[in-house]
Each structure stands twice: as C-alpha cells, then as structure tokens.
Design a protein around this ligand. Structure first.
Ligand code: F6R
Length: 257
C-alpha cells in the first residue's frame, strides 16, 4: 500500500517536502518518483547519487525491473561524483557501487551510463557538463545530503556557479564514508563532483534524506539562508525540488502552513 505522505510547502520557496513515517516508506516513495519519471519520458536522463541512503531506492528499481514493470533501455545516466585515485574496478569506487546496486541488474546499455572521470585533469572535467548538455540535460537529479550539508561532493564553501570539478573532501565526509573502505584503507582525500551549477541545471531535483543524523543539515538547507556554508541550501534557488524524508530527518524542519 502506498503510504500517505504529509506534504508541506513553504510559502516563499517552491521546495516541496514530503514527510513519511519511516525510512522504508521514504525510500519507496523516492524510487516510485524515479519510476514515474522514467516511464513518462521517451529518453529519460537521470542524475544519480550513491551513498547508504540510496541503496534501498536502487533495490526497488531493480525489483520493478526484474518483475518486468520497468525498463532502463532508453535511459541515460550521469552520476554525481567519484573518488579521485580509485579505479572503476575498486570495490569502494562509486562505479562499483553503481554496478553492484543497479547497472549490472537492469537493461540500461553500458554506453548510456557515465561517472565523472576522477583522474582527468581538472581542465577537462568540463567535458562532463558538455556530455550532460549533449544528452539533452538532466531530467531528474537524485540527491542525498551530507551531515555537513554537502550535495554531491560540494562541501561547505562551494561556489554556486561551479561546474564539474575536483574537490578536497571535508574531514567529516571522509570520516562518514570510512565504513565503505576496508579496514586500514584511507578514504581518498579528493573527488570529482558535479558542481552546484551542474546540479541546479537539472529540470527537477529529488533529494532523499533519512535518519536523525540528517535532521540538522536538512533544516539548515530548507529553512536557513541560502549560503555557501550549507551547499544544499542552494536548492532553494531551484524551482522544482522535491525533498522526501522520514520523520526523523524532518524533525527540525519548521512547521509551515
Ligand atoms: C553520493 C553523494 C553524497 C551522498 C551523501 C550522503 O554520490 O553525492 O552527497 O549523497 O554523502 O551519503 P549517505 O547516503 O551515505 O549518508
């Protein structure tokens, strides 16, 4: 049964916020939004995210594909980010994550999915933005949020006008992601990421946040000022953002009429 979300709209911002009781409901809701987008478009272009938050979303997409209800054959996708210095075969790379959680299980042709080349010289990373543009632009961009308010790997201080570029990862981000690496292996210090302008260039943005650890960042992003110190707050500048979250992540959002 589809849960009934509670939706709150802030009068001065077009961000739609959908609050569901549990993380499981929020993940399924986000997955079904992606599914609706894919089925509504002839050539869907997806911006994809990794991270623990997205694992169940990809599980749902996979299950619907396996049940014959959803095809990715016409999709193209562009991932947000990738660690610098990791080969695509490294199990901790986002390329491996995407193959394990989605790409190896669905019918999207390999040539259709893309991640930024993390080891390309900074000057050639703009090619990623060009490739997105040539594909017709991002139709739906999926986002998670870091505890420090990052989106993609745009850390506090991120430039609103940035395109795909190399970033130094915040120590708190490296600590948060240490569990994705084998014991004794350091989280890379740098990554390539879509920039804020790349993300804001998407037609529609879907941000999924679950768990109490995200409540502060989410409240700052949605209810605080638009500021570089909380990169997710730049989403307030976009006119079609949907935030899907569970009650725990929503706990500090101000009640809005
Ligand atoms: C991942 C990404 C990051 C994550 C964020 C949350 O591609 O761009 O912004 O969405 O770090 O990660 P989790 O979901 O692991 O808490």
């Amino acid at each position: 049964m589809t849960p009934r979300p509670s939706t709150r709209n802030k009068a001065e911002s077009p961000v739609e916020i959908v609050v569901l009781d549990t993380a499981g409901e929020a993940e399924r809701y986000a997955a079904s939004e992606i599914r609706s987008f894919i089925t509504a478009r002839r050539e869907p272009v997806l911006g994809l995210a990794t991270g623990r938050t997205m694992l169940k979303v990809y599980d749902w997409l996979r299950q619907w594909h396996e049940a014959g209800e959803l095809s990715f054959a016409a999709c193209r996708s562009f991932n947000l980010d990738e660690y610098r210095g990791l080969s695509a075969d490294d199990p901790s790379s986002f390329a491996s994550y995407m193959r394990r959680s989605l790409f190896d299980h669905v019918d999207m042709p390999e040539a259709n999915y893309h991640l930024p080349d993390p080891d390309a010289p900074e000057s050639s990373l703009a090619a990623y933005d060009l490739a997105i543009e040539k594909s017709g632009g991002l139709g739906l961009q999926l986002l998670g949020i870091g505890r420090n308010g990052h989106i993609g790997f745009n850390e506090p201080g991120a430039d609103r006008h940035s395109l795909t570029h190399v970033v130094a990862l915040d120590p708190s981000t490296r600590a948060a992601n240490a569990g994705d690496f084998p014991p004794g292996v350091d989280v890379p210090t740098h990554a390539a990421t879509m920039g804020i302008a790349t993300i804001l260039g998407a037609e529609r943005i879907l941000l999924l946040a679950t768990g109490a650890a995200k409540s502060e960042a989410l409240a700052r992003a949605m209810s605080g000022p638009v500021e570089a110190d909380c990169p997710a707050s730049y989403l307030q500048l976009h006119d079609h953002v949907t935030v899907v979250c569970d009650r725990e992540a929503a706990a500090l959002l101000q009640e809005r009429s």
